[in-house]
Design a protein. Structure first.
Length: 156
């Protein structure tokens, strides 16, 4: 177990750095001890989760600041400070938008049908191209098909 002082330093380091490893290093304890404490003491587990949540909130605030509010960057001319310029991070704005607006999230569309014990995947590669890329052999009796070969009239 940790002394109250070490526990406070540990949790403060989690709030600051978000890393159990860094917090363990700061108080010189093994991560396995922390895991044992989490399992044995629900109050400690809750305190650790709260500290990690505080760290995540810091990240959210910084993403918002850099992506939406912007930040000041000093501008020099001839080695002399002449003013500041507000800068923004397009990438952090994109990340923020993806989190909060579904239309900006990356999506993966998997077009798959199951017919007569055969999985049919939509795509541009035929079996022969797939086998060349990944190796192996086609099953006996295999017939290469295209989307034109699929009869849509038998859908129930």
């Amino acid at each position: 177990m940790l002394s109250p002082d070490k526990l406070q330093i540990f949790l403060d380091t989690i709030r600051e750095k978000g890393s159990i490893g860094a917090a363990c290093k700061k108080i010189t304890c093994a991560a396995s001890l922390i895991e044992e404490m989490r399992q044995a003491d629900p109050d400690f587990d809750r305190a650790l989760n709260n500290a990690l949540e505080e760290y995540r909130s810091l990240i959210e605030e910084e993403i918002h600041r850099r992506g939406i509010t912007g930040y000041e960057e000093e501008v020099y001319q001839g080695g002399v400070l002449v003013g500041t310029k507000r800068k923004f991070s397009d990438r952090l704005l994109e990340i923020h938008a993806k989190r909060h607006i579904a239309a900006y999230r990356d999506t993966v569309d998997v077009n798959a049908e199951f017919r007569s014990g055969v999985i049919v995947l939509g795509g541009t590669e035929g079996t022969n191209e797939w086998l060349k890329k990944f190796g192996g052999t086609a099953p006996q009796g295999h017939r290469e098909t295209t989307n034109n070969d699929v009869d849509e009239s038998d859908d129930e």
